[in-house]
Design a binder for this molecule. Sequence first.
Ligand code: NAG
Length: 378
Amino acid sequence: MAVISNKWVGVLSFFLLLLLAIPTDAAPQRRKNGNGNGATTKGNGATTKGGATSKGGATGATAGGATAGAAATKITQATDGSTILDKTVNVNGLSLRYKISAPADQFTAESGVTGGTATAGANGTAGLNVLLHGDGGQSFFDFPNQAVQDNLMGVAILAPDPNLFWGGGSGLDRTDGVAHSAAVNELIQTQLPQDVAFDMTNVFFMGVSGGSLMLSGFFMPAFGAQYQTGVELNCGALAPQVAVVDAATMIASNRIHFQSTKDELALLQDAIPASIAAYEQLATDAGLDATTVGTLQTVDNTPNGGGHCGFDEQGFVTGVQLMADNFANVMGAQASGEVTGIGNVLTVIRCRERAGCIYECRTSPKNDLNGYRNNTPC
Ligand SMILES: *[C@@H]1O[C@H](CO)[C@@H](O)[C@H](O)[C@H]1NC(C)=O
């Protein structure tokens, strides 16, 4: 059939638009039994990108501190010509699937990557940008940070959770945040060096939605003092939910950027300013002056119209890709702050507290309210 009538083209386009309009990785979701939102979005992510092997039990040969998984190791090519290793291991009793994107010769001989010549555990010249996806796993499957950028190779890890929520639980209540954070740290410290040569002193983090909740709520408090690099918290943030280990070091040695949108989810419009205020307070408690805090901690929520994580004012997937493509511009040592379509995102945070409630988080130099609502009625 060579000709499709205009009427059918119209109908098809309508359904195509409907499909595109369905959010694929909407975030902080309430866990529901059966076919809740979380389960639906997880299904999309897992089926569209062939995630069938992601959650199997892991058994097999040991590799470093972790156990190699039953899921088949896959090797594919990245958008920039790098090699992607996709693997599942058991870490602390949790099945962790992860991807590493690196130049072929940076992989270890044991990794199975053709041309991998590095020695397991050897220091490499490049660092890592470790991405934790949002609820449902979309950004793990998309792997928006797969291109080597600013001397950082891409890593993405899939949450060891039935609904693919980082930190487990649901909404802002991430009940497995401690265990998941410990597993991520263990993977980086003991498993990744078996796969690829990288510089352990140059490991950065990028969160998307639920991944940002875990990074800010649990991972940075527990392990930030160890990494001393930076974290980009996209469309999500929590105040620390656990004691901050070596708080003075953690806060003084990490760059933190909070990136959101004006039309962020209501739940996050409260949680993000609370997180900003908490991290600023840690810096103040550590005796850092305002200028130093302004260099370390930045915030932007200029984008409007793209919804949750829609940093390009279009949608989730392209919005997250935009922030991944501009990671060096935001987090790099020489970051310009310029993100195409947004402008300069490196605005400085100033939160004010009155009688225990945070009533505004301003940014300067723009010095506008930047869309954040009062997080506590004063
Ligand atoms: C690894 O090598 C880089 C230079 O390539 C160096 O800057 C870094 O300090 C080294 N890291 C470790 C852990 O020795």
